[in-house]
Design a protein around this ligand. Structure first.
Ligand SMILES: NC(=O)c1ccc[n+]([C@@H]2O[C@H](COP(=O)([O-])OP(=O)(O)OC[C@H]3O[C@@H](n4cnc5c(N)ncnc54)[C@H](O)[C@@H]3O)[C@@H](O)[C@H]2O)c1
Length: 307
């Protein structure tokens, strides 16, 4: 049993991770911003803590943690383009604060959720050795986070970095129309008969189900190779057009009732990226939930939230 701190623990992935770690008998503390917690977080030791200011960590003074899962972040590439300072403050300065707190609380390791956004556009599958050429401020801030975390290895803090591809599933914020292609289109299909697409229909993504991502992150606890990086993706490309077809297929409403419109693109948007997750597969991980099954689960969840 370990003492584990999860930053961003009230977010989509953080909540799912915290729940799973609790079933494995670890002691879980979660931190997040004000107004982020709901009754589903009552089973955890929880604190309101904005990671941007190191002073705020005094609330955890004297506590020690074996592992820190660092998930707290400004997570939208769209917002990173219009509010780059918020992005830097949260993802760069916030991550540096986590590194310093890891020293203060004697953590063995930081397990960090980086992103496929650090790669930019790559033809074919992306391996961990691909050059990182981010196209958004968000991507740049995530690369910086990786560098800071690696740099703190010299102070004895190990790390495992997971570069997540497009995570989707129940628990995702269905009201946030600035992050999550699958959740945005699905929400639109439920509350209206119109799906608004920004950018080309032939753009593609690598969608990976929330439970598969949580299983990958947990492998970080026992991962012994220091300074390791793992891609976490399904290794399959799904185009925007295919995703919309699938959503309309799952939806109870007749397919012909829908209007799909293109409302123009935004900068910082990647054309496409597919993961080569072979390195993670060698660690014993595999994709358990195919896209159709995962999207059906998300549809049931989304209807409960939105209707
Ligand atoms: N969802 C994806 O597809 C995806 C893909 C690649 C990487 N990631 C990374 O995974 C992590 C989790 O993402 P998610 O999808 O759960 O997003 P999310 O937005 O649901 O969760 C992020 C959490 O961080 C919290 N947070 C933001 N600023 C904070 C601050 N200053 N102090 C404390 N907490 C703060 C938010 O309130 C939120 O609860 C992030 O680091 C994200 O960059 C996600």
């Amino acid at each position: 049993m370990y003492n584990i701190l999860i930053t961003g623990g009230a977010g989509f992935i953080g909540t799912a991770l915290a729940k799973k770690l609790l079933t494995l008998n670890h002691k879980i503390t979660i931190i997040d911003l004000k107004n982020k917690f709901s009754s589903i977080h009552n089973e955890f030791d929880k604190y309101i803590l904005d990671i941007i200011d190191y002073k705020n960590f005094s609330i955890l003074k004297g506590r020690s943690y074996d592992f820190i899962f660092h998930l707290a972040a400004q997570t939208s590439s769209v917002i990173s383009q219009v509010e780059p300072t918020l992005d830097v403050d949260t993802n760069v300065k916030g991550t540096l604060n986590i590194c310093n707190f890891a020293r203060e609380c004697n953590a063995k390791k930081i397990i960090f959720t980086s992103s496929m956004a650090t790669y930019g556009n790559v033809k074919g599958k992306v391996t961990e050795n691909n050059k990182q050429i981010p196209l958004s401020n968000y991507g740049v801030s995530k690369v910086s986070g990786e560098y800071y975390i690696n740099m703190y290895n010299q102070f004895g803090i190990k790390n495992t970095i997971f570069r997540l591809f497009n995570v989707y599933g129940p628990g995702q914020d269905m009201l946030n129309l600035r992050q999550g292609m699958a959740s945005i289109f699905m929400a639109q299909s439920i509350v209206s008969n119109e799906i608004k697409v920004t950018g080309s229909f032939s753009r593609y993504r690598d969608f990976i189900y929330i439970d598969d991502v949580v299983n990958a992150l947990i492998l970080g606890i026992d991962e012994k190779t220091d300074l390791s990086i793992y891609n976490v993706g399904s290794q399959e490309a799904t185009t925007v057009a295919q995703l919309i077809d699938l959503i309309l297929e799952i939806n109870d409403k007749p397919k012909d009732d829908f209007k799909v419109i293109n409302i123009g693109s935004h900068d910082g948007d990647q054309f496409g990226s597919i993961s080569d997750s072979g390195k993670l597969v060698k660690l014993g991980w595999k994709v358990k939930v195919p896209l159709l099954v995962g999207m059906k689960n998300m549809y049931i969840y989304a209807k409960k939230v939105l209707l």
